[in-house]
Write a new protein. Structure first.
Lengths: 608, 141
């Protein structure tokens, strides 16, 4: 009966859904459920084949000792087969008989493979998350609204530079924000996300545990259940270096653009097609256009074709051969004004070192040029005056010498001459020589006067009236020679002149026209005056003998140079005229053709 | 003192200053006798006269007194034209000037080299005409 019961019992065991086995005190498997045997790959027990439990748990070395303690315990183990690894958990409990004596051990084994795998996956996910946090340096935090509990992750703590054991309250967390804007803003955002469920995303500044000010990028969003925010979840990222780098870049840009804009230069950057991609204020002002109107434009849109072509050639040279143009003087005409520039063009390279355009810089040197020209004019005037002085000194020395030589010669004759008739003749010659000397001295004096009194005040004189006055004085001479004068000067032309010089100039030129008239024609004198930008030009033309200027051109205004066989030609008038007009800052030119006539053009300098 | 007197057939004085002309004529009278002394106001007149004489086969002047500064054609211009005339005879040309401009002396030097004639340079004042000025050689003294 007992045996049947036992069989029944074992049969019952066999059917248990949970893998279960019974061990005797020696650890030998007495019986087991089919499911248990299946886990361990064992067949049904018989008397010949005894399975010791220890062989089934090869990893658990102290199993035998543990069993002997007759206390319940559990352990994890695994079985490797061709199908993979099965993770198992076995529970060991002592087996009592009716009298509470230990007769063995009850083993139950669970297959925990799927749980272990899930655990591993979670581990892996955690790992991934941690790596992500580490790489992106983005920490997270969580706030449980009910418990008012704030949790920071490791990275969040690292960002705040607090020890890992630090557990902040909300107030403490908010106090990390820099007092002022950052703290106010952070508090406001936190309040809004908790109360109004409004997510946020902001860049603020914190003061870390180590008193370091750092920029952080923070986000927060509510986790809502049943219309109530149960949690707030957020991230924090240290973006200090980026912000600083960005600020640095912005500062550099600011510096660069301030510099480029404030340089007293026209600066522009062109692409490979010579389109402007950057212009500074100077360039905008010069072209009288806004930067937006210049970007993308080429010189062909801004200058005339010819100038633009030259500029494009320069550009190509710089970009193709990478040879910079440094300090080249250029002239360009914009809005009718010629402007001089000292231009430099240098190749512009991209980050890969490939040429991608050029940078141009132009310095407006128009004023310097003007000054240079003034200086050059001054030098010219000075050297001209010096030349005049030298030639005047020669004239003086030559003319005085020739008279004194005559005196010496004649006096020598007189000394040795006995014949009274001859002595009389020599004396006559001497007095003539004396007259000549006086006249020469007078002439020279006149010239010296002109050159000394250059500062003599000029006064505005009506040109026509003055010409008429001179013609009046010359009326006898004009009539005598049957001369005709055509005076085309208009009433209102005024010239700034020394009155005596103007008279002398007109007198000399008109009387010369008559003096050197053609024997074949009655003299015709035409007087014109033209007002132009450069000033007033008086021209006196005749139909007289004319002069071969190729031959005598440079000598016509020289002293004591005469070119026609006339008794009254002294070679002084034109010399005087030129000195007078030049002393007043003007000039005189001559055009002539032999046997056709001569025209003198007098240019008055209007500056006083 | 023996002076080899050469017969001077013709003398030209080219000067626009009547006093100098008077002086030269007077000085000439004491050293030579010449029937053919011609006066010209400027180089152009003298040149035309020589050209005419050459064309007509008449006497070319043996001696010329030449001023430098003259109207119409100055002494240098006259020399230029004279050289171009291709005169076989060696004319004695005395340049007489009051100029002490070194440029004139330099110019004379350059003309002396290319002029086939005898070219003397005399600074005023002159008080006497030397036989050498007339092309006479002083053989003994």
């Amino acid at each position: 009966m007992k045996a049947v019961e036992r069989v029944d019992q074992f049969y019952l065991l066999k059917q248990l859904p949970k893998a279960t086995a019974l061990l005797c005190k020696k650890g030998i498997v007495q019986d087991a459920s089919c499911s248990w045997l299946e886990i361990f790959g064992q067949s049904l027990q018989d008397k010949d084949h005894q399975t010791k439990i220890f062989s089934l748990y090869p990893e658990i070395l102290d199993l035998e000792k543990k069993l002997k303690e007759y206390a319940p315990f559990s352990l994890k183990h695994k079985i490797k087969s061709s199908k993979g690894t099965r993770h198992l958990k076995s529970y060991f409990a002592p087996w009592f008989d009716e009298k509470e004596n230990v007769i063995g051990t009850i083993v139950q084994t669970d297959d925990i493979t799927s749980e272990v795998e899930k655990e591993q996956q979670i581990d892996w996910l955690n790992n991934v998350l941690e790596t992500k946090v580490e790489v992106s340096k983005t920490g997270w935090w969580e706030y449980e609204v009910d418990k008012e509990k704030l949790t920071w992750c490791k990275e969040t703590k690292r960002i705040h530079q607090v020890p890992e054991c630090f557990e902040p309250t909300v107030i403490e967390a908010l106090n990390f924000y820099k007092p002022g804007y950052s703290r106010n803003k952070a508090s406001m955002l936190f309040h809004k996300v908790a109360v109004d469920h409004q997510p946020y995303d902001a860049k603020l500044m914190i003061v870390t545990f180590h008193d370091e000010e750092r920029w952080v990028h923070i986000t927060g969003k509510p986790i809502i259940e049943n219309g109530k925010a149960v949690k707030v979840f957020g991230t924090i990222k240290d973006i200090h270096d980026e912000v600083m780098a960005e600020t640095k870049v912005k500062e550099n840009q600011q510096l660069l653009s301030t510099l480029v804009d404030s340089l007293p230069l026209n600066v522009y950057v062109k692409d490979l097609e010579s389109r402007k991609i950057l212009v500074n204020k100077g360039e905008c002002n010069f072209l009288n256009k806004k930067a937006e109107q210049l970007i993308g434009k080429t010189d062909f849109d801004l200058y005339n074709e010819e100038t633009a072509k030259i500029f494009r050639e320069e550009d190509l040279q710089v970009m193709k051969h990478l040879t910079p143009i440094i300090g080249k003087e250029t002239a360009s005409t914009v809005r009718g004004k010629t402007v001089y520039f000292l231009t430099s063009k240098i190749p512009y390279f991209d980050l890969d070192g490939k040429v991608c355009g050029l940078i141009g810089m132009s310095l407006d040197i128009t004023n310097i040029k003007k000054k240079e020209e003034q200086l050059r004019n001054l030098i010219n005037i000075t050297s001209m005056q010096n030349q005049k002085l030298i030639s005047f000194a020669h004239i003086v020395s030559h003319n005085l010498r020739s008279h004194s030589a005559n005196f010496s010669m004649l006096l020598g004759f007189l000394n040795s001459e006995k014949d009274p008739e001859e002595r009389k003749r020599i004396l006559k010659m001497l007095s003539q020589a004396s007259d000549n000397l006086l006249e020469t001295l007078e002439n020279l004096n006149q010239v010296v006067d002109i050159n000394i009194k250059t500062s003599e005040t000029k006064t505005p004189l009506n040109l026509k009236n003055n010409v008429l006055k001179v013609l009046e004085n010359l009326s006898d001479l004009l009539e005598e020679n049957k001369s005709q004068v055509i005076n085309n000067i208009s009433e209102n032309i005024e010239v700034n002149c020394v009155p005596a010089y103007l008279d002398s100039i007109i007198l000399n030129l008109v009387s010369n026209a008559i003096k050197y008239k053609s024997p074949n024609r009655e003299p015709l004198i035409t007087i014109n005056a033209v007002k132009s930008n450069e000033g007033i030009m008086l021209s006196i033309s005749d139909n007289g003998l004319g002069i071969n200027l190729d031959k005598y051109g440079d000598k016509i205004f020289g002293m004591y140079k005469t070119f026609h066989n006339r008794k009254d030609a002294k070679g002084f008038g034109l010399y005087l005229v030129r000195n007078q007009i030049e002393a007043m800052g003007g000039s005189i030119t001559v055009q002539s053709e032999v046997d056709k006539g001569t025209t003198f053009n007098v240019y008055f300098n209007e500056e006083s | 003192m023996f002076i080899l007197m050469k017969k001077v057939n013709c003398i030209f004085i080219v000067d626009d200053d009547p006093i100098t002309v008077f002086g030269i004529k007077k000085m000439l009278r004491s050293v030579t006798h010449c029937d053919d002394v011609q006066i010209f106001q400027n180089g152009h007149e003298a040149y035309e006269a020589i050209k005419e004489r050459q064309e007509k086969g008449e006497n070319i002047p043996d001696v010329i007194f030449l001023d430098i500064n003259m109207p119409i054609m100055d002494g240098w211009g006259f020399l230029d034209e004279l050289i171009d005339l291709d005169i076989d005879e060696h004319v004695v040309i005395n340049m007489i000037t009051s100029s002490i401009d070194p440029a004139d002396h330099k110019k004379w030097n350059s003309f002396k080299d290319r002029c086939p004639h005898i070219l003397n340079f005399k600074n005023k004042p002159i008080f006497k005409i030397e036989p050498a000025d007339l092309g006479c050689i002083n053989v003994a003294s």
